[in-house]
Design a protein around this ligand. Structure first.
Ligand code: PGA
Length: 243
């Protein structure tokens, strides 16, 4: 795992966007798996600005959602699909058919999840992740197996509580569908994005704690091409020798 630390959040944001533009220029047919959440929102806004400035195109790329909440109305603005659509896809040139979402209301969820994995078959080139306060990746909560597949999962109570900021109502989802750790760990390149002081303890645990399913993010320490990209606040509990 590589650690990239930026003193200011603005520098963190600029760096992530710059790296992302570079990947899309180098590999226009980039297959990406993307999260919703507070962390990537400003990165998406920066990518929309980059596209409008003519600096980057998503025209040849593919995007898969990382997860989706269950039990929501299809048009709930807090859902992963709708969030990605609004924050990123409405502002860039990705063809609609190249956006693959998970449907928790599907009549045969197990088959739907298997088909979703088949669709990205050759693998994910770029996996972009936030990190949960308990180390979850997507909705792979602690205890998820390293070879877990795309599937239905139950959310931990803390995850349910912290999801309240995504929704304008109190009907917080307690389950969802998520890409599994197998595909996350098999991605060619993984970025874990974290900013703000709230993430400092889990960033420390991820970098220096034990590697194991109790902290899914720690499993990425064994990934050959994973970058943990943090601002100073999220890195505040690390030491210089960690970098
Ligand atoms: P956040 O969520 O980006 O909203 O902090 C990250 C996560 O819980 O996976």
């Amino acid at each position: 795992m590589h650690l990239l630390r930026f003193d200011a959040e603005a520098a963190w944001l600029a760096a992530v966007a710059s790296l992302w533009r570079d990947r899309l220029r180098t590999t226009p047919a980039l297959t990406m798996c993307l999260p919703s959440g507070a962390t990537p929102a400003r990165v998406y806004a920066e990518m929309v600005r980059s596209h409008r400035a003519g600096l980057v195109s998503f025209a040849g790329a593919r995007v898969f959602v990382l997860d989706e909440f269950g039990g929501l109305a299809a048009d709930d603005p807090g859902g992963t699909r709708n969030t990605l659509q609004r924050q990123l896809l409405d502002g860039v040139d990705l063809p609609a058919a190249a956006f693959h979402a998970l449907d928790p209301d599907h009549a045969d969820v197990a088959r739907h999840c298997a088909d979703f994995e088949t669709a990205f078959g050759g693998g994910i080139d770029l996996m972009v992740l936030g990190i949960g306060l308990n180390g979850h990746l997507g909705m792979n909560e602690p205890g998820s197996e390293a070879d877990s597949v795309t599937r239905r999962v139950e959310l931990h109570p803390g995850t349910i509580l912290s999801s309240a900021r995504y929704f304008t109502h109190g009907n917080l989802p307690h389950w969802g569908l998520t890409v599994g750790l197998r595909a996350i760990l098999a991605a060619k390149e993984v970025w874990v994005l974290a900013n703000g002081a709230g993430k400092a303890p889990i960033v420390k645990r991820t970098v220096r704690g034990p590697i194991g399913v109790d902290n899914p993010a720690s499993l990425l320490r064994r990934h050959p091409n994973c970058a943990l990209i943090v601002d100073a606040d999220a890195a505040a509990m690390l030491f210089p020798f960690d970098f």
